[in-house]
Every structure is written in C-alpha cells, then in structure tokens.
Write a protein that binds this ligand. Structure first.
Ligand SMILES: Nc1ncnc2c1ncn2[C@@H]1O[C@H](COP(=O)(O)OP(=O)(O)OP(=O)(O)O)[C@@H](O)[C@H]1O
Length: 492
C-alpha cells in the first residue's frame, strides 16, 4: 500500500475521525478552509487501499475544477495507482452518465435509435444552432422508452429547434441535462431503481460526494440508491456554500435528508486558511450573521477581483481582466472573442480563459490547432488592438483570417460584430498591472492572499444587515468573502 503524504501527520483529531469513520453513512460539515477536500482525499485513499475488494472507490464533485483539485490531492497523497480504473474521481454528471448507460445496456431503458452508448455534451450551444423562444425540447420516459417532448417555458431563452434536437438524440447525442431528464423519468419505475441499486451494490463499495449542498432532488434520489447499494456513502459540504440553485439545488432539503437518514455527523470548524486576525474575524462574524464592513481597496492591491457576474467585472476598473467574455455577443462571436481573450490572459497572467474548452467545441477545433494554425491570426489581432486599431477593423481582419482557416465560419462572423467586447479587451491591453477577474462560482474551492470584491448595492446592504444563508445571493457573496488568506477588500 502506498504511503500517504506527510500532511496526514498534521491533521486534527476531528479531521482524522471524519476521514476514518467506520459508519456506512457519514456526513462531514466543514466551514471554508477547514478541510473538506483534505478529508475527502484522505477518506478516498483509506477506502481505496483498505481491502482487496474489487468494487470501485469513487468520489464525485459538481464542477470540473473541484473534481480536478480533489483528484490532484489524492494522487499527491496516495500515488497515481489510487485512481486506476475502476477507482475514480469524477464529476457527478459523469457518474449519472454511467448510471444511464447501465440502464440502456441492461435494456431497462430504450434510447431512440437503440443506442446504448451516447456522446454527452455540456450544452447544445456548442453543437446545434439555437433560436430564442419559449419552447424547449426535453426528454422524458414513457414505458421504458426515452421520448422527446417540449415544455413551454415562462421566459424566452435560446434553445435548439425540435427537429435538430430529435435528429441529434436519434444519432445518440445529448447533453448532461438530457441525461438527467432521462434518469429522472426512469427513476419513476421500480425496475430502474432496482437496477441502479444493484449497480451500486455490485460495482461501487465507497462513494464520497463533495460539495453536497449543490445537489438537487434527482441527485438526492441517487444518493439514496447509493446508500442502499454501497457499503459506504460520505456526504461532505457546507450549507453556506451552495451555489447551484439555478439547477435546482435545495440546501434546506439536503439538511433535512441528512437529519432524517441517520448519518454519523462530523463538524469541522477550525479553518486553516486564515493567515490574519482580520480575515479570521471577518469570516467568524459572517458565519454568525453579524453586520460587517469591508475596507476599501484598489484592484492592484488584490490577487483577484470577484463579482457575481462577468458583466460586473467588465464594467469595473479596467485593471481587472475578467477570465471570460460577457455572454450575449452571439455563439460564434463569443467563441472567437474567448480565443482572443485566452491569448491575452495567457500572456498577461499566465492563466487560461475560463470557457476556452467550450469555445474550441463551438468552433469545432482541437486545442493543438490553437497553438499552431490559429496562433498567428490571434496574435495579429492582439497586436492591432494594442496599436489602437478600431475594433471594426480588427474584427474584419480577424474574421477574414479565421474564415480562411475555417470557411464554414465566414457567414456567421459577418452576422454580428462583437465590437464592444473588442473595445473592452483593447482597454486592458498595455496595462502591466492587470488583475484576474472571476465570478463567485468560479472562485469556489480556491484561495488567494488578497481578494477584492466588486460589491453591488444589494451586497453592501446585505453585509450591513448580516448575511442570511437561505438567500442564494448571500451564499455566493459568502463564498467570495471566504477566499482570502489575509485580506478581503471592497473594490472602489
Ligand atoms: N490540519 C491541517 N493542518 C494544516 N493545514 C491544513 C489542515 N487541514 C487542511 N489544511 C490546509 O488548509 C487549506 C484548506 O483546506 P481544504 O482545501 O481541504 O479546505 P476546504 O474545506 O475544502 O476549503 P473550501 O471550503 O474553501 O473549499 C489547504 O491548503 C489544506 O492543505
């Protein structure tokens, strides 16, 4: 068995008890920086090497970045063999795909066209043309058969047409949302529930779920099946840090679920992140819902600037370089601007643009093509912007260059010109004191010495009253306020 890293020696008795708890159902509630990821990583390794039982030890988290962080820590402490198949650390979405594929392969569920293996996309935006409207095509289940239906939404947004959707589904393509819709439909039947409990029983012996308060009703239902099938289910999280309300996370329902299902509970309150009394006092007051006031500061005083939305970051001090383009400039335009932004963030900050992967998928490109074929074209555009060329001219040159390389893009590039996005980029070029800008969502699970927050008027008054963890916006703000080791400032 590999030796765990030296870090284990410094763990607190509570962290060790939570990691090594022999209970079949364990809940670890941990405040920011108190060791959620540390405990999850230790528990994963302990279970992985405890027996020769061939069933998998699995840990899941909700975002790719949190999953990556946990996997890196496990590999660092327990070595690469800890995550060799079937043992794995993946996103919850990836586990849900495994469950759906199992139902399809067992014949408990039938996919249009008889597919038992699917290509699962993050979003249709990168694969199918979208139109604004209220009709959204979705999947449901009718007598074991996955079928297509439409929902009439209360507000218009971008959706693929029903015809394109039907074609893609029957070719075996879908999105993670569609996987959830199909699973949701399937779980209404006893047969599918039985098949999934048996899947957990025979293939997974230990499941750890990180950031569990981001779970929605379907996720909770899956955890119940896992609890009946796996030998060990550990839920780890902080109700103050639930951010996924937009996809149905209900932290209060998760709390009820945990208290009604006899989970052995371990609370970790001691944080190891705070390196200053000021930061320790701020976070302690926030947790006690007390009013707080942040000291003012400039972007240049901070290692990162955080806001609720990308839009607020682009509207902030031009020393702030947001790591994603403000949405709404058009699908292809946003993708091209993201490639351009990536050139700038890599050069100025050594960081990748947040949605680079999505941009490459939208444009049908491989990452290698970025460094080779596209690089000169993007570099030219950055130089022209830096030299003060008008945005319209830069876009013309850039889209002509890209259309030469990818002729299919030509018409779409002409349709809309993201001139404001280019002007905003231009405003930041030539500044050698740029500071990265991130949203609260993207900052989750990460830490810096000094963090500046772009507070909205609502944020300022929420802080003056004291934060309420039942309010989604307050939880987002709480995540941002607990990222700094030393100092949290209000961006002036
Ligand atoms: N017992 C300990 N002694 C010293 N350092 C520790 C201890 N436990 C955790 N740490 C360190 O504290 C930092 C925060 O730990 P960790 O990332 O596990 O917390 P977290 O609860 O997941 O944080 P967050 O809620 O912000 O995601 C890490 O750098 C970790 O290595």
């Amino acid at each position: 068995m590999p030796k765990p890293g030296a870090g284990i020696k410094s763990l607190t008795p509570r962290q060790l008890m939570a990691s090594g708890s022999p209970h079949g159902r364990v809940y670890v509630e941990a405040a920011p920086g108190s060791g959620k990821t540390t405990v999850s990583a230790l528990r994963f390794g302990l279970h992985r090497f405890a027996t020769t039982d061939r069933r998998a030890v699995v840990a899941v988290s909700f975002t790719r970045s949190a999953t990556e962080e946990l996997r890196n820590r496990v590999i660092r402490h327990w070595g690469p063999s800890s995550v060799t198949w079937p043992h794995r650390i993946v996103t919850l979405d990836s586990l849900l795909c495994d469950l759906l594929f199992h139902l399809l392969q067992e014949g408990v569920l039938q996919w249009p066209g008889g597919h038992t293996d699917l290509e699962v996309l993050d979003t249709w935006r990168t694969a199918l043309p979208a139109k604004r409207g209220r009709i959204r095509p979705v999947l449901s289940v009718d007598s074991r058969q996955v079928v297509i239906r439409t929902v009439d939404e209360s507000q218009s947004s971008n959706h693929p047409s029903v015809t394109d959707f039907r074609k893609a589904i029957s070719e075996g393509r879908c999105t993670h949302d569609n996987v959830r819709e199909a699973l949701q439909g399937a779980l209404a039947t006893g047969e599918a529930r039985k098949a999934l409990t048996s899947y957990f029983e025979t293939t997974i012996r230990s499941l750890t779920v990180d950031e569990v308060f981001d779970a929605n009703d379907l996720d909770r239902d899956i955890f119940s099946l896992a609890a009946s099938g796996c030998r060990s289910l550990a839920l780890v999280g902080d109700p103050w840090q639930a951010l996924y309300q937009f996809r149905g996370a209900r932290p209060a329902a998760m709390t009820t679920y945990i208290s009604e299902n006899s989970f052995a509970t371990y609370r970790l309150d001691e944080s190891f992140r705070w390196g200053s009394d000021r930061q320790a006092s701020l976070t302690s007051k926030l947790r006690r819902r007390m009013p707080v006031q942040l000291p003012p500061g400039l972007a240049q005083d901070a290692d990162v600037v955080i806001a609720h939305k990308w839009q607020e970051l682009w509207g902030a001090d031009p020393h702030v370089l947001p790591l994603a383009i403000k949405p709404g400039v058009g699908q292809v335009q946003e993708a091209i601007c993201t490639l351009l932004l990536n050139e700038i963030t890599q050069h100025a900050l050594g960081l990748q643009a947040v949605f680079l992967h999505d941009a490459l998928t939208t444009l049908g490109l491989e990452k290698e093509e970025l460094a080779t074929t596209l690089h000169p074209c993007l570099q030219d555009a950055v130089s022209h912007l830096r030299d003060g060329a008008p945005s319209r001219q830069v876009w013309q040159c850039l889209s002509n260059g890209l259309a030469d390389l990818m002729p299919a893009l030509a018409a779409q590039c002409c349709a809309r010109k993201p001139l404001r996005a280019l002007t905003r980029l231009q405003l930041r070029l030539g500044d050698d004191q740029l500071v990265p800008g991130l949203t609260c969502h993207q900052s989750k699970g990460r830490e810096w010495d000094t963090v500046a927050i772009k507070l909205s008027t609502a944020d300022t008054s929420a802080l003056a009253r004291g934060l309420d963890p039942t309010e989604a916006d307050h939880r987002s703000l709480y995540v941002a306020l607990t990222r700094a080791r030393l100092n949290t400032l209000a961006l002036t």
